[in-house]
Design a protein around this ligand. Sequence first.
Ligand code: NI
Length: 154
Amino acid sequence: MAIRNIRTNDDPILRKNSRKVEEIDRRTQILIDDMFDTMYDAGGVGLAAVQVGILKQVIVIDTDQPGERLVLINPEIIATEGENNTPEGCLSIPGKAGYVTRPDKVTVRAMDRDGNVYEKTGTGLLAKAFCHEIDHLSGVLYIDKVNKWINDEE
Ligand code: NI
């Protein structure tokens, strides 16, 4: 297990599309473990593989709900409900935060680290994390969607 370097700001890789994972092999397992280490070290609640320079559709999320340590491989959003305009940040955009409108309730379908397909519904912060991290897989950053910055840098 290791802490990987988080790509930030204008690093062009953050704007690229991530490829679907065809085979969950040993390298994928190491990547997932490293992503959890990296996310916890940085104090984040979610991380996409592209943020550590790997263009694969792998996401880890832990919003600190009991037992939650989610791995999402090749995820898709299959249902959304409601709306929330709440503050958001990103480990790849250090020192900033802004309000983004996201659905209040989001259901995803993904594979876990063993390749089992599952569905999970999240509300509030988890719903936001699902949307934010899945956006990363197509090169979309939350800064594209901010309607009000919290720091007055913008
Ligand atoms: Ni992010």
